[in-house]
Ligand binder design. Structure first.
Ligand code: ZN
Length: 289
């Protein structure tokens, strides 16, 4: 069976939750499962290198029947070999590779050449999109709340504040209606000018973050994902029109269409001592309007 020579076309960045396509390849997996590659899909897979937003839930339907999508992984093809999920050794977008969305189904899988409809669970998608939009807003609000914590000029975010989120982020996990972000405050961040004592009064920091978020939610603002083309590995950017300006954050996930779709976003901050510094976690909770 030949593997695709071009990326999967993806429609989820524009908010699609259904698509039609053709089965291009079926890769047998362990435990009676198969990975199904289509020419195009509305299904958002989890990224291997930066697994922030989990995979969509949904169904592949052919005229032979329905196949629940039990997982959706990022695949990379190089030298005629398909590398899936944890076995993918490169970041999505690496030159010389073809990147595909792998829909994992229980056997028997649909046949190569079959016409397939993809239906994504819209309720879970909407909850993840709310969580992802809130995650980015909270990161920008955290940058703003810690703007005075820097002793020298640092790279800035789209709103002009020192980019604490981009410089300190260790992991980001999107959940339905929320996210958990973990930041590392170690020697390298201190060298860049960050003063860890800014986190001594964590309640005050969280209050400033929440106040900023409340203001943004009240104002609303259009949200979209910009991209050069519809290939899976094309660079995508989260663009949000906030009263303070237009933001742009590289992002492979899905989002709301307007901040006004949220009625509230709040955060909880916690600091733990770790080897060589501190770890800050930010739990973000979004309420739908
Ligand atoms: Zn994102």
């Amino acid at each position: 069976m030949t593997l695709p020579a071009t990326d999967t076309v993806v429609t989820y960045p524009d908010g699609a939750t259904a698509s039609t396509g053709t089965v291009l390849h079926v890769e047998p997996l362990a435990e009676g499962r198969s990975a199904v590659l289509l020419d195009r899909t509305a299904c958002h897979p989890v990224d291997t290198a930066w697994p922030d937003q989990p995979a969509d839930h949904g169904t592949l339907t052919t005229d032979q029947g329905a196949h629940p999508i039990v997982d959706a992984l990022t695949g990379g093809i190089h030298d005629g070999v398909l590398h899936l999920g944890a076995d993918l050794p490169v970041r999505t977008g690496t030159e010389g590779w073809t990147f595909v969305v792998a829909h994992v189904v229980e056997d028997p899988p649909p046949a190569v050449g079959a016409a397939v409809r993809v239906d994504v669970d819209p309720t879970r998608r909407a909850a993840l999109s709310a969580g992802h939009t809130a995650c980015h807003l909270a990161a920008l609000a955290l940058d703003a709340a810690l703007a005075e914590a820097w002793s020298k000029p640092a790279p800035t975010d789209a709103l002009g504040h020192p980019a604490f989120d981009a410089l300190a982020i260790e992991s980001s996990r999107i959940h339905p209606h929320g996210s958990t972000d973990t930041y590392r405050i170690g020697r390298s961040l201190r060298r860049k000018g960050f003063t860890p004592t800014a986190l001594d009064d964590l309640a005050a920091v969280a209050e400033r973050v929440d106040a900023q978020l409340a203001q943004w939610v009240a104002a609303g603002g259009a949200v979209r994902v910009d991209r050069a083309d519809d290939a899976f590995s094309a660079r995508r950017t989260w663009v949000c029109e906030l009263p303070a300006g237009r933001t742009d954050i590289p992002c492979g996930g899905t989002h709301l269409r307007d901040v006004a779709e949220l009625s509230g976003v709040t955060v909880t901050l916690a600091v733990h001592e770790v080897d060589g510094g501190l770890e800050l976690t930010m739990e973000t909770v979004a309420t739908a309007a």
